[in-house]
Design a protein around this ligand. Structure first.
Ligand code: C5P
Length: 391
């Protein structure tokens, strides 16, 4: 999803606060990403932040004058700390230093940024904080206490990340990367239709080895092959269908929903050659005996207490008939059909949502639309059905 040209933040107004930390250089890129995603960004900087990056840079990138002082006389009523948050959809402090987090925890307000954080209307203008500091500062009990206080007060803590630090040490405390912060903010504004549900998802094609260098695999209509792990997702890598079966089936009953997006190979070579099969000196091409792979989705659906199962059907023709017969054969409540060749490797798709009673196109007009929009619409479909099952 990263790097996409989307307007996920269209119409959103974000106050971006910078406090003292070397991660300020990343905030320049963050402003670019936020504005590219459609947001308007008002930058507010503390005096310490100005030691790391200039307001000139931030003004040029945001297209708005940067505000640095509560005594800024440009505000007609001289109340920057009130005015700035009134039209804002969120205040994001990135980077947030240990000192600034301590101030927020105590409700202190001796400069503009902490003052406006305290004075913001909490119902309409949430506060998100992206910590950035040395690992010892982050793990210090005082900082951990302060962060816990902020969370209790309803503040959303983004990160921090782990890795190399500017001081040369390695550990927790890095500010999240700008693209990660953008993703967090976009997700923050999305409706949380599946909050509290545990989901298990298979993804990607499987690969069934023939010998150490060759194998059988298949297309998948998602773009799931080399994706980074989305934040908050626990990922387990597997290669073959048999490995996927072992990873999924024993733990499936611990989940509320199972979504089988993986393009699982239907067959695998019956025998794995220990060494590379050589072609030299052979007049005829080798032949392979194939054996059927286990059906992971059908196995999960057949559990005594299965999670709500969602299957996918990538077809080349007769979409409805094939999808419906798959729904019955695998004994699942919901299947999503799509025409594989029309969407393999592409950014858009058109779906057919099929359950026991009915079917409908998604989007309703049947015209291909981008996969992220479709994924969000599918989550809405799923949430409605889960509510109906529970009712
Ligand atoms: O049987 P078919 O491959 O057409 O069904 C597709 C659906 O079943 C997908 O949701 C896919 O992830 C799932 N499946 C599975 N295990 C298999 C084959 C397919 O979970 N061995």
């Amino acid at each position: 999803m990263m790097g996409r040209e989307r307007s996920d933040l269209q119409g959103r107004h974000v106050v971006l606060g910078l406090t003292g930390g070397i991660a300020c250089y990343k905030s320049a890129e963050l402003v670019r990403l936020l504005t590219k995603a459609g947001a308007t960004v008002q930058v507010v900087m503390t005096e310490a932040a100005e030691a790391f990056i200039t307001p000139v840079t931030m003004q040029a990138l945001s297209g708005r004058s940067v505000v640095t002082s509560q005594w800024d006389a440009r505000e007609p009523n001289n109340m920057a700390h009130i005015n700035l948050s009134r039209g804002a959809d969120a205040v994001l402090v990135a980077p947030a230093s240990a000192d600034f987090i301590a101030k927020l925890a105590q409700g202190r307000a001796d400069e503009l940024l902490s003052l406006l954080c305290l004075a913001r209307p909490r119902e309409t203008c949430p506060l998100l904080v992206a910590p950035a500091m040395n690992r010892e500062m982050w793990s210090h009990p005082a900082t951990q206490r302060n962060v816990a206080t902020l969370e209790q007060d309803g503040t959303r803590i983004l990160g921090p990340g782990c890795g190399d630090q500017a001081c040369g040490e390695v550990g927790d405390g890095r500010m999240l990367e700008p693209a990660e912060l953008l993703e967090e903010l976009v997700a923050f504004f999305q409706p949380k239709v599946l909050a509290g549900r545990r989901l298990l998802i298979t993804a990607g094609p499987t690969f069934e080895p023939i010998d150490p260098v060759r194998g059988i695999t298949n297309h998948s209509s998602g773009k799931m092959v080399h994706l980074a792990t989305p934040r908050g997702v626990k990922r387990q890598n597997v290669m073959t269908a048999a490995q996927m079966y072992e990873a999924v089936v024993p733990s499936a009953a611990d989940h509320d929903v199972f979504i089988a997006t993986a393009a699982v190979a239907d067959w695998r070579p019956a025998n794995l050659s220990e060494h590379k099969i050589k072609k030299e000196g052979k007049k005829v091409a080798p032949t392979f005996e194939l054996t059927e792979n286990p059906d992971i989705l059908a196995a999960v659906a057949a559990l005594p207490k299965p999670p709500y199962c969602v299957g996918f059907a990538a077809e080349s023709e007769n979409l409805l008939a094939h999808a419906r017969s798959k729904l019955l054969r695998k004994r699942i409540p919901l299947i999503i059909g799509n025409l594989g060749p029309a969407t393999f490797g592409r950014d858009d798709n058109a779906l057919l949502v099929v359950d026991a009673q009915s079917e409908h196109a998604l989007p309703a007009d049947g015209r291909p639309t981008d996969k992220l929009t479709l994924a969000r619409a599918l989550m809405q479909e799923l949430a409605h059905r889960l509510q109906a099952v529970q009712a």
